[in-house]
Design a protein around this ligand. Sequence first.
Ligand code: DI6
Ligand code: FE
Length: 418
Amino acid sequence: MATADAVWQGGLVATMAATGAPYGMIEDGAVAVRGGRIAWVGSRAELPASFVHAETMTHDLGGSVLTPGLIDCHTHLVFAGDRSAEFEARLGGISYEAAARAGHGILSTVAATRAAGEAELLATASSRLARLIAEGVTTVEIKSGYGLTMTHELKMLRVARALGTATGVRVRTSLLAAHAVPPEYAGRADAYVDHIMHVILPAAAQAGLCDAVDAFAETIAFSNAQVDRVFRAARALGLPVKLHADQLADGGGAALAAAHGALSADHLEYTSQAGVRAMAAAGTVAVLLPGAYATVGASQPPPVAEFRTHGVPMAVATDANPGSSPLLSLLTAINLAACLFRLTPEEALAGVTRHAAAALGLTADLGTLEVGKEADMVVWPVRHPRELAYWMGGVSPEAVIIGGKKIGMAARFISTMT
Ligand code: DI6
Ligand code: FE
């Protein structure tokens, strides 16, 4: 049996694996890491002595909680401009849809993002990403969708990739060219969809810049028939799809996503029973976005009880974006999911670990602390994992580990380093 590079032990290990134990929990657990992956996980008393040699770095958790790295599976982190005035106006009574129709909304961010250079976008998105990382996020999905031309969509996706290189965080990109009809195609949505299918999508795929294709199915955005065309083109290129669905009304978006075998359908406040059933049959993950729900002042929560009944996995994400969800805290997202959508703290934490990995198609490598997976882990200064959904702000990791390497570190861990 080979030696471990590092062992983390002496705390509560919340593996988040579906073992039957709450949180997949192991009291006084140990995780052995080799070559950036998890080589062994279990009760500390049972850790085979053969794993620990003179070169093995041993970290004492000191009673803290170890979880998988958090995964934010739905963000729009790359954008320019500021929509705080629109926020103020909406609080004054204008609806999100009315603001969008009046040309504020998404299109105002499109204008600012087109005008911004790559360096500016990288700088502003880096500081947003830093705030997610500071709360234990080790994998983040980032969408395009504020460029809406080939040049500007590819620019956004390059910035998203560069964020991964610059920070060491795992970044998955989604092409969201079907986010809004750009001004130059006003009244000609189908012609813009043709342009996505024949120009933007093939260019993004060819450049290896997108890991998935997303769309916004809504009356203020694209019809189901238009989304269907985009998704067919995506799948013809071998790209998985996902959908912003049923956020403002039941448009049958969940069923449309399921019909395409989508990785996820996101928002889902108005999803019908038929939509839930279709998602269950297709294995499509429900991504719940309580930041958007709260910010747009929605009143109908997503059908959480139906998702439970039908076994649809629920993920939770920030939807970080300048309009409907200016939320840069994944821990706040899980608190909101618990308070507003009545997820249990365990469901909420599974929503940013195991099920978020599934929403990105990364189950084989991420989302739980199990042998063979990447050693992406977070040490938390709490006594029980339920506290991660309980506190409203203020919890910071003691250490963040990506692929076995520490990227954030409290003093007591630094002192154990050789
Ligand atoms: N759903 C959202 O919540 C965001 N986009 C989307 O499709 C909103 C984006 C924005 O308002 O800028
Ligand atoms: Fe979104």
